[in-house]
Design a protein around this ligand. Sequence first.
Ligand code: SAM
Length: 212
Amino acid sequence: MKPSAASHLDSLAPFDVSRETEERLSLLESELRRWQAIKNLVGPGTLDHIWDRHIVDSLQLLDLEPEARTWLDLGSGAGFPGLVLAIAGFERGLTVHLVESNSRKCAFLRNIARLTGVRAFVHEARLETVIPTFVGKADVVSARALASLTKLIEWTEPLLKTGTTGLFPKGRDVESELTEARESWTFEAEILPSRTDSEARILRITSIENLS
Ligand SMILES: C[S@@+](CC[C@H](N)C(=O)[O-])C[C@H]1O[C@@H](n2cnc3c(N)ncnc32)[C@H](O)[C@@H]1O
């Protein structure tokens, strides 16, 4: 089922997006539908809800870090949240680096980056090899649906310890994930509401230090 034009404009209404940004996001949607038929990039069950489940869910992160200029998104998949942020943040000067190990997903990401002309750079690699090259360079690191908070902090520790802010969309188990992570580190954690899912949360992690 293809949602009507009105429904995606309704989804975007709470956000201050320009006509150009809306057109680029619509291009992402239509290309995702086209590629999905042959490349299976996202869970098929989410296709009827691309705007809320993927695009707006990603877009909401942008205003949480309005000063960010360099953003690193890990395990970007079909571009959520990284590619949406590159599109929506383009006019405010944002550059987004997308790290993804799956080559067909990287081909899709490069295709959209080229078609939209935004500053989205695709790193076809395992994130473990890319993270060290961003120490001191990324304002924000994000990852959606990639791993537990403990694993995310383990991977991104060199960034979080040098001033990068971690922004991690999480589900209803956020408190138990925090409890587990606090066994290994001390850190500041803000638990922010999600605008697309009343049970989801967005974690903002800063000021991390090892416990031992
Ligand atoms: C569950 S998907 C989530 C995709 C996207 N972030 C989203 O929320 O729709 C996880 C993605 O991370 C990628 N991935 C998993 N481990 C990775 C690693 N070590 N380095 C780079 N990418 C990885 C997978 O290929 C997959 O596309």
